[in-house]
Write a protein that binds this ligand. Structure first.
Ligand SMILES: [Zn+2]
Length: 101
């Protein structure tokens, strides 16, 4: 099995996982900016508290937060994973967001 084939299986699994997680989204969910700020530890006082209170109840936002933390990690440790793979994942993620708007 070649690398290209592995990649397409991987992408297919990612796509399915993203589609499943989207169904858990609620109207109270945090937007991606808030999740980004929270992941970087840049939310304070009421905003931070509100985000924390929502996060303990919401799988969707926990998933978004994890994805965001992973992305931040790979941005800061660029040798950990190929840049190509990160770009493909980000592409898939964006595609998914656009489809759900
Ligand atoms: Zn949520």
């Amino acid at each position: 099995m070649g690398f290209r084939r592995d990649m397409s299986i991987f992408e297919e699994k990612m796509r399915t996982a993203l589609e499943e997680i989207e169904t858990l989204k609620t109207p109270e969910c945090l937007d991606s900016v808030s999740i980004g700020l929270f992941a970087e530890g840049r939310l304070f006082s009421e905003e931070k508290q509100r985000a924390e209170e929502h996060l303990v109840t919401c799988l969707y936002c926990i998933k978004q937060l994890n994805d965001m933390k992973e992305m931040l990690y790979y941005e800061r440790h660029p040798t950990g994973i190929s840049q190509k793979l990160v770009e493909r994942l980000e592409g898939l993620y964006r595609e998914q967001r656009v489809r759900n708007e």
